[in-house]
Design a protein around this ligand. Structure first.
Ligand SMILES: NC(=O)c1ccc[n+]([C@@H]2O[C@H](COP(=O)([O-])OP(=O)(O)OC[C@H]3O[C@@H](n4cnc5c(N)ncnc54)[C@H](O)[C@@H]3O)[C@@H](O)[C@H]2O)c1
Length: 433
């Protein structure tokens, strides 16, 4: 097995989060700071808790991933980022009402020191928010240059060796892929011409990060880095990119239950998914434009897993519906219901009901940590372009047009672990022995 040469994780790793004052970002940062001080447990994080089997079953070698894979140490992470509101991350975490005060207060000083950089914002793309901490009006090209400067300054001010940039900001309104997205030349022309119809603010951030050699992670369903122009830039700059849309709650369940139905050759007639959610994300998604972006991301999963064209007798006529309802009393504690109409032997109908009372940001935070550490690892391994081995973390895994995306959570998990085995020069497993 040829070992991938991973450069050593030396020095500080700057983690710049877009939407750093949001619920997901503040929960991720507070939790990571708390874990490294020994107060909290990193539950949900593979990089911190999971083991990896090495060798044959009878060798009994199950080390922790973090003990054999050269990941950055949590003590080397330095946090920063942008937001359209200026409050520091201590105040933002309190505001988000995800964590209890006592869990936030243990890292109060570090959180207070993280102050958002003014954001690139265009209200056309997030209709429900009115930002107050934004950069003065400029062209898209100028914005991208200012963001590049922000990254360089953060890196120098904090003595960072490397930077990762992650989007945990609001979901932008749906925009389809257009000719301006098809090549880097066309995209840069549109940036310079300030074409605000096709260049979303998130694209300015991604363009800036990749141009600065920083891996970019897209945690929302925004089109953003999922266009040929960005793939081209990522290959040119040798930068890993990944996305889209953290797979945390209802879709995570879907990507476990749908493979179960297909594995047993059970049929499916309908899948109705509804959610109530009362945080700022829920408010943003109450706007039809932002919801459409989320809906496209959530709907793609079932058809792809069930291979509807391969199994017409089981899956030719599925009614799949997804709703998200803004309901303030629940705050970040989302409730997601699924009603699944399935079909068995001789066509007899059955039903499966799932009611997931989850906590959105509690589920998303460990994914943020893993994605940051794995993206940095990918960069040090010389991987670039779309990181399909990180599909495990996304509802709508990015893929080239000639590739079929993998949605099944456990296949994604196997791909992730086999990639780690390759990185450390261990044989990949086919699980036969
Ligand atoms: N389980 C989950 O929580 C989950 C799962 C999948 C995807 N997501 C996505 O993650 C994102 C964050 O979710 P959240 O619950 O933290 O939402 P949030 O509304 O609490 O946080 C988003 C933050 O982004 C900021 N923002 C908006 N536009 C910005 C811009 N252009 N530049 C910089 N900052 C900007 C907002 O001010 C806010 O602080 C959302 O897009 C959400 O859809 C969350």
């Amino acid at each position: 097995m040829t070992k991938v040469e991973a450069k050593e994780a030396k020095g500080k790793l700057g983690v710049l989060v877009i939407g750093v004052g949001g619920a997901v970002a503040s929960t991720f940062i507070t939790g990571t700071l708390s874990v490294r001080k020994g107060f909290g447990k990193p539950i949900g994080s593979l990089t911190q808790l999971a083991t990896i089997r090495l060798g044959k079953r009878n060798e009994n070698r199950f080390p922790k991933i973090k003990d054999v894979v050269p990941l950055a140490d949590l003590n080397d992470l330095v946090f920063g980022g942008w937001d359209i509101f200026s409050e520091n991350i201590y105040d933002a975490a309190k505001h988000a009402e995800v964590l209890k005060n006592e869990d936030i207060d243990v890292v109060k000083d570090e959180l207070q020191a993280i102050k958002p950089i003014p954001a690139v914002f265009d209200q056309k793309f997030v209709k429900r928010l009115h930002g107050t901490h934004v950069k003065p009006e400029a062209t898209r090209w100028e914005y991208a240059q200012q963001l590049r400067e922000d990254i360089r300054k953060f890196k120098a001010d904090n003595g960072c060796d490397r930077i990762v940039v992650m989007w945990a900001a609001s979901t932008e309104v749906y925009i389809p892929q257009s000719k301006e997205h098809e090549s880097l030349a066309a995209f840069e022309k549109a940036l310079k011409e300030n074409n605000t119809e096709v260049i979303a603010p998130s694209m300015c951030y991604a363009y800036a990060a990749i141009s600065e050699g920083a891996p970019f992670i897209m945690g929302a369903p925004n089109l953003c880095v999922d266009i040929p122009a960005m793939w081209e830039l990522a290959d040119l700059k040798k930068v890993p990119i990944s996305g889209k849309d953290y797979k945390t709650g209802q879709t995570m369940l879907k990507t476990v239950l749908a493979p179960m139905l297909k594995t047993r050759m059970l049929g499916l007639e309908g899948w109705f998914s509804t959610n109530i959610l009362g945080n700022r994300d829920g408010e943003v998604l109450d706007d039809p434009g932002s919801f459409k972006t989320k809906e496209v991301s959530k709907l793609s999963v079932i058809d792809s897993i069930l291979q509807t064209e391969t199994y017409p007798e089981l899956y030719s006529n599925i009614y799949h519906k997804v709703r998200i309802n803004y309901y303030p009393p629940r705050k970040d504690n989302k409730e997601g219901w699924d009603n699944i109409d399935i079909v068995g032997w001789l066509g007899y109908p059955m039903q499966l009901k799932v009611d997931f009372l989850c906590r959105d940001s509690i589920l998303a935070a460990p994914l943020c940590l893993d994605l940051v550490l794995f993206s940095d690892l990918a960069q040090r391994c010389g991987f670039h372009g779309i990181q399909s081995w990180l599909s495990f973390y996304f509802k709508s895994p990015m893929h080239k047009p000639d590739q079929v995306p993998e949605h099944d959570l456990f296949i994604q998990h196997t791909i992730l672990k086999n990639t780690l085995r390759k990185i450390i020069g261990e044989p990949t497993l086919d699980y036969l022995d």
